[in-house]
Design a protein around this ligand. Structure first.
Ligand code: PMP
Length: 327
């Protein structure tokens, strides 16, 4: 990690990679976790937000001082709010009404305006987050919508930064990449880079929560913020390239949340639920991978954004989640 930067934007990327000690005991492979919470906005999405804003400014669709309008489950909104604050663009975020209070508070701290809606509203519903964002943008002259689900700058940010960082940090020894999938930008961009760089040797594993159709089956309620998808394959995000994924691993909610708690208690890593999902899938991968494999799991954000949900026994109980081993 850079020890010193001349601007906050310069702190985006170059996040640390840490080896799992306790949770990795007895494995014949090593698991590393890439801590995207080290970005200044607190998540992997700072990379995406920066990449999309820079490109929009470059091609002229985002003029100085123009408003940015985006629908986001939280982290892209936070990334855009951060970049907007630094570059003089007002930011409006349409967020899920299930977004944690902590993330909403962070958004507002960076001066973003927040509009809440039902994240499960179907594409044809006026309440659908993307439809609300489209209406807002139509009403605000000169406004620009990054559209993270369609914007090639999203996966490209990871091809250009996350992938090369992992290659460098493992001295080219990485054998497996494990990542959760929201827009698919992280797994598609990082996975494509690592496959290109290793001449196809690196295996890419998609970690999917219960209720998501990425790994097949019927759609259901998804209890892991920011990841999974309940839409038909025809409506999957353009930013997700399923061909990069060699295998999907589905982790039940109890396994996801037990892993987030163990990461905190056993490794001292306070991470969000999608990180627990990826690490649980990484451990599963390690059990069948050839001995001596180097498995890298992406941890998209920190647990501090979920203290009222993931680390709240009442929220866990209300959602029927039981921590394995008594938490
Ligand atoms: N975890 C969290 C907490 C997220 O907010 C996101 C992005 N929605 C992801 C994982 C997945 O990242 P991506 O959109 O690049 O697939």
């Amino acid at each position: 990690m850079e020890a010193r930067a001349t601007s906050t934007i310069g702190l985006i990327g170059n996040t640390p990679l840490v080896r799992l000690e306790s949770l990795g005991t007895g494995l014949r492979s090593e698991i590393y976790v890439k801590l995207e919470s080290a970005n200044p906005g607190g998540s992997v999405k700072d990379r995406t937000a920066l990449s999309m804003v820079r490109e929009a400014e470059r091609i002229g669709v985002l003029q100085p001082g123009a408003t940015i309008v985006e629908s986001s489950s939280g982290n892209t909104g936070i990334g855009l709010a951060l970049i907007g604050a630094l570059t003089g663009h007002p930011v409006i975020v349409v967020a899920a009404d299930t977004t944690s209070q902590e993330k909403l508070a962070v958004l507002r701290s960076f001066n973003a305006e927040v509009v809440l809606t039902d994240w499960t509203a179907p594409a044809e519903s006026p309440e659908n987050a993307r439809n609300i964002a489209a209406r807002l943008a139509a009403d605000i002259p000169g406004s620009w919508r990054p559209q993270q689900f369609d914007n090639p700058g999203n996966p490209r940010a990871h091809y250009a930064s996350t992938g090369p960082e992992i290659w460098r940090q493992t001295s080219g020894s990485v054998t497996h990449l494990v990542a959760s999938i929201g827009t698919g930008g992280t797994i598609s961009g990082t996975g494509a880079f690592l496959k290109d760089r290793s001449r196809g040797a690196v295996k890419v594993i998609g970690a999917d929560p219960f209720g998501s159709v990425y790994s097949g089956g019927e759609p259901g309620e998804i209890l892991v913020d920011g990841v999974g998808n309940t839409w038909d394959r025809a409506d999957w995000p353009k930013t997700f390239n399923p061909e990069v994924v060699d295998q999907f691993v589905r982790i039940p909610n109890d396994g996801v949340y037990s892993m987030v708690h163990r990461l905190a208690t056993d490794e001292g890593l306070l991470l969000g639920p999608s990180s627990g999902l990826a690490v649980a899938a990484a451990l599963q991968t390690a059990r069948s991978a050839p001995a001596g494999s180097t498995i890298v799991a992406i941890a998209p954000d920190a647990g501090t954004n979920y203290l009222s949900k993931t680390f709240n026994v009442l929220w866990l109980a209300k959602n029927g989640i039981t921590l394995e081993g008594g938490g």
